[in-house]
Design a protein around this ligand. Structure first.
Ligand SMILES: CCCCC/C=C\C/C=C\C/C=C\C/C=C\CCCC(=O)SCCNC(=O)CCNC(=O)[C@H](O)C(C)(C)COP(=O)(O)OP(=O)(O)OC[C@H]1O[C@@H](n2cnc3c(N)ncnc32)[C@H](O)[C@@H]1OP(=O)(O)O
Length: 239
């Protein structure tokens, strides 16, 4: 038992020396890794006019760089989105054990643009909420002509998890409760609204609803529980 604790502590110390310190995403002034990866949440030619319109709307509410290279503060911030959480990290053997070279973020692993998950997340730190603009591609079919419930669940997990991670640092989904209220046609552009409901110790409770872009139609409602984790928790799970 004591040997196990000592080994765990030793591994954690080695890890901490090879990893950037773990902070909430909101406190990372710059991407902490070695090179600038591709941001998948930038507009592309497969985005419909509706997707572009909503993107432009939230983009105008965001922080901007002025001509004098000063940051003009605004309530909203657009979050970048990469195809791996830690692909670009520098570090030693301990980090590379954690990184499986072939691993890719589930929602960002299809080469054909527009075929699956096209999305961008805007976060409002003060109000502890975020909005994701999501365009559901043709490879996400469940019932004929409609988006698969698992694909919708994936997006809800991603958006609520992104908010929890933004506010609190590393987290894992502990519970996800989803009510599907209306079928979502393939190709739809929808808004995924997420808000922090409460925090209790390591637990973040998040609410979520998925609506049409004019918010007149409710597709899905959900609640999610995220638990803050340490890096050692991730390693422990892989052994
Ligand atoms: C370099 C580090 C990188 C870290 C990466 C982190 C984030 C990812 C970042 C970027 C990715 C970009 C976008 C996507 C973002 C997010 C979506 C993906 C997230 C996932 O897709 S992730 C996969 C699915 N997820 C799992 O694979 C979890 C398996 N599971 C576990 O790993 C443990 O089970 C865990 C950690 C959940 C808890 O374990 P634990 O030991 O830390 O905590 P413990 O058990 O002590 O519970 C503490 C308090 O939570 C309560 N509690 C726990 N579980 C509960 C439950 N289910 N229902 C109700 N309450 C629950 C207890 O009752 C207690 O409550 P109280 O404090 O009141 O007593």
């Amino acid at each position: 038992m004591l040997g196990h604790i000592a080994r765990s502590l030793g591994r954690l110390q080695l890890l901490q020396s090879s990893l950037p310190s773990i902070r909430p995403v909101s406190t990372m002034a710059l991407w902490p890794f070695s090179s600038q990866p591709r941001d998948f949440s930038q507009p592309n030619s497969t985005w419909s006019p509706e997707m572009c319109k909503v993107y432009d709307h939230y983009n105008t509410l965001c922080d901007t760089d002025t001509e004098n290279k000063e940051r003009k503060r605004a309530p909203w911030r657009k979050l970048p989105s990469y195809n791996r959480s830690i692909k670009y990290a520098t570090g030693g053997i301990h980090l590379s054990k954690m990184i499986k070279a072939q691993a890719r973020l589930f929602t960002r692993n299809i080469k054909e643009q527009g075929a699956t998950f096209e999305y961008v997340v805007f976060v409002n730190k003060e109000e502890k909420r975020c909005v994701c603009v999501f365009q559901a591609g043709h490879l996400l079919e469940g019932a004929p002509g409609y988006v698969h419930g698992g694909a919708i669940a994936t997006m809800i997990d991603t958006v609520t998890g992104t908010l929890a991670g933004f506010l609190s640092g590393p987290i894992m989904t502990a519970n996800l409760n989803i009510n599907y209220r209306n079928p979502m046609p393939l190709g739809s552009v929808v808004l995924i609204h997420s808000a922090l409901d409460q925090i209790e110790r390591k637990k973040q409770f998040i609410t979520c609803k998925v609506t049409s872009t004019d918010e007149s139609k409710l597709y899905t409602e959900a609640t999610a529980l995220f638990v803050s984790i340490s890096v050692d928790h991730l390693f422990g799970s892989q052994n």
